[in-house]
Design a protein around this ligand. Structure first.
Ligand SMILES: [Zn+2]
Length: 73
């Protein structure tokens, strides 16, 4: 049974963080990588993924730090 309408939802590219639709007819994008990053060599993409993960972690930490005031003592 085809459930394309519900299967197609916004994805976030693991390598560059771009939001993209998947699956899109005629698009090379995969579940985890957008059209652009699919063409990037795997080793390079791995590096991008590492950086992207790191940035996400730092953003989360920053949010936590911004949420709570610095302890007085
Ligand atoms: Zn991408």
């Amino acid at each position: 049974m085809e459930t394309l309408a519900s299967a197609r939802r916004p994805r976030t590219c693991r390598a560059c963080g771009k939001r993209f639709e998947y699956p899109v007819k005629g698009s090379e994008a995969t579940r985890h990588h957008c059209e652009n990053c699919v063409e990037v060599p795997p080793e390079t993409r791995k590096a991008l993924e590492r950086l992207s993960t790191r940035v996400a972690q730092l953003e989360a930490q920053l949010k936590t730090l911004q949420a709570k005031p610095i302890a007085a003592d």
